[in-house]
Design a protein around this ligand. Sequence first.
Ligand code: HEC
Length: 184
Amino acid sequence: MKDNLTVNKISAAVIIAVGLAWIANAVSGAVVEPKMLAKNVFVVDTSAIATASAATTDAAPAGPAPIAPLLASASVDAGQKYAKVCGTCHSFGKGEAAKMGPNLYGIIGLKHAHMEGFSYSDAMKSLSDKTWTFDALNEFLFSPRAAVPGTKMTFAGIKNDQDRANVIAWLRTLSDSPTPLPAK
Ligand code: HEC
C-alpha cells in the first residue's frame, strides 16, 4: 500500500518532469531560433581525462615513472632545495659523519648499506651486493618502505616525479666523478 503510493509519486514526478522538459523545449525552440556554431566553443581537453584515468588504472601496482626521461629535464638546483628534507637525517658532504641516516656523498654507484659502521636495518644489509643505480634510487625514493620492506628510513617518499628526479639529479652531482646520465 505504502509502496504503491511511493511508486505513484515517483511516476507522477517523472511524467511531470518529462512534460516540463518537452514544453520548455518546444517554447525555447519557438522563441530562440537555433543557430549552429561553426566550431565547438567549449573545446573539451580529453587528454586530461585520459591522463587522469590512466593514473587511476595505474594506481593498483603504483610505482614511479621511469627515471631516465625525467632526469633529462631535471633541475639540480630545485633538487638541492628539495633535499633539505633529507638533510634532517642525512649528511651529504664528502667524509661527513652519519646523522640518523648514513652519509650520502657519491651514493649513485655505491652499494646498498655502503657506509662503514652505520647501523643499517637487516633489510638494507641484505641488499649490500646491490648498487644504487638511478633506477634503484627512483624506486626507493618513491616509497622507501615499498622498495625495501623493513627499512629504517621512516620517510614517506617523494611521489611527485619531477621532485624525485630533481633530487636524484642533485645527488648525482655529489661525486668526484658523477655517473653519466642514463640514456633515455
Ligand atoms: C627520518 C629520517 C630520514 C629522512 C627524512 C630521509 N632518510 Fe634516507 N635514510 C634514513 C635511514 C635511517 C636510512 C638507513 C635505512 C636502513 O638501514 O634501512 C636511510 C637510507 C637512505 C639511503 C640508502 C643509503 C645506503 O647507504 O644504502 C638513501 C639513498 C637515502 N636514505 C636517501 C634519502 C633521500 C634522498 C632523502 C630525502 C628525499 C632521505 N633519504 C630522507 C633516514 C632518513
